[in-house]
Design a protein around this ligand. Structure first.
Ligand code: PMP
Length: 402
């Protein structure tokens, strides 16, 4: 029956990690996957997560019954509060909904599949940033929404192409869907300033576009959870309706637990109820109900003042190590006199840096130096440490010169 099935290409990031693991070279470096690593290059269980683990293990009242279709109530509420703020008027007005999903990916999927079925502008395309996280296109196209791009990265300035972005927003048919990264843009590490967000919001409002925020790095950009939610809260304050996909993979280090949430900001509590009911109906047919463990860990921390402040400290540990690696890489390249400007390494924000290295240079890095990164020149700063940063800088210096 299946003779005609063709082989699908392997996922680039996962294939890169597999290549890295199979490489026996002692100096190999993995800068592909966006997962935090310690100074020793090891995964990190956040101490606060470890504490929450213990509390859960010792809780005799916890069972393994099904969660409700929309997930753990205390997790959903705390997630919405985390992103919109404890004093959010929209929450107080009862017009914020939430659905626990299979991490950030599942939250984008749940929002996209709702839009595919219920968005009133049937032909609307979803505009994604150029470049963006590769799964955005796959998810939206997968639910039958056509995908277009808006300019984002300006290779000349190695910064934001605001002019191009705004022009595309202005030219898009009214009611188009725009997928925006609220902070720590993946892959470029370039975020709009508050004034630029205002200009973006002005056009989004004037054109009646729909805002879909995808936030996977709250706590990684500015070092403050509240500041990293600035753009979202600003849009909510201005009265936008929106979807917000939240991932707790990175900021809790809960990659494999698939803890995520879709926060929904609507005009009225009635509309919120109706949207939630449709998302529940769709979720029932896909996953039936979400897994409990990761959501319990997150809920335990977000709903406990003491654990919450410990979490903030853990986040700073991760963010600060990444910032110090940006500086170290910049200093090494400067010391080597590597041709080109490298200020963007320290100016960019979050887990990733868009180095400007070309695909052929990336190939040499892999083949000659056993350094693994995506073809677009993106590096995960978390893969660098004081032991390998010099080696990496020397490798970059070599490929840039030759
Ligand atoms: N959105 C963006 C922009 C991301 O970078 C990621 C993680 N790579 C996600 C969503 C979702 O990740 P996860 O499903 O692991 O939470």
């Amino acid at each position: 029956i299946f003779e005609t099935v063709s082989k699908a290409p392997a996922d680039i990031i996962f294939a890169l990690t597999a290549d890295y693991k199979a490489d026996p070279h002692p100096d190999k470096v993995n800068l592909g996957v966006g997962a935090y690593r310690t100074e020793e290059g090891k995964p990190w269980v956040l101490p606060v997560v470890h504490k929450a683990d213990k509390i859960l293990v010792e809780d005799e009242h916890l069972d393994h019954e099904y969660l409700p279709i929309l997930g753990l109530e205390s997790f959903r509420k705390a997630s919405a509060k985390l992103i919109l703020g404890a004093d959010s008027k929209a929450i107080a007005e009862g017009r914020v909904g939430a659905a626990q999903c299979i991490s950030g990916t599942g939250a984008v999927y749940a929002g996209a599949s709702f839009l595919a079925k219920h968005y009133p502008f049937k032909q609307a395309a979803c505009y994604i940033s150029k470049p963006t996280w590769a799964n955005h296109r796959a998810i939206f196209e997968g639910v039958g929404i056509s995908v277009l791009e808006y300019p984002y990265w300006d290779p000349e300035t190695r910064g934001l192409d605001l002019k191009g972005m705004l022009a595309t927003m202005e030219g898009a048919p009214s009611g188009s869907i725009f997928l925006l990264h609220p902070c720590a843009h993946n892959p470029t590490g370039v975020d709009p300033t508050p004034d630029q967000w205002k200009q973006i919001a002005d056009v989004m409002e004037a054109k009646g576009h729909f805002t879909f925020f995808d936030t996977a790095y709250q706590g990684f950009a500015s070092g403050s959870l509240d500041k990293d939610a600035y753009s979202i809260r600003y849009f909510v304050e201005r009265g936008f309706e929106m979807f917000i996909a939240q991932s707790f993979s990175k900021n809790f280090g809960l990659y494999s637990e698939r803890a995520g949430n879709l926060t929904i900001v609507t005009k009225t509590p009635e509309i919120k109820d109706r949207i939630e009911s449709q998302i529940a109906k769709a979720q029932r047919a896909v996953i039936s109900n979400p897994p409990a463990y990761g959501a319990r860990v997150v809920s335990q921390v977000l709903n406990d003042e003491k654990l919450y402040s410990e979490w903030e400290e853990n986040l700073s540990t991760m963010a600060n190590r990444i910032i110090s690696m940006r500086q170290a890489l910049f200093d090494e390249l400067k010391a080597l006199g590597t041709p080109g400007t490298w200020n963007h390494i320290v100016d960019q924000i979050g887990m990733f840096s868009f180095t400007g290295l070309t695909t052929p240079q990336v190939k040499v890095l892999k083949e000659k130096y056993h350094v693994y990164l995506t073809d677009n020149g993106r590096i995960s700063m978390a893969g660098l440490n004081t032991k390998n940063v010099k080696y990496f800088a020397q490798a970059v210096d070599d490929v840039v010169r030759n």
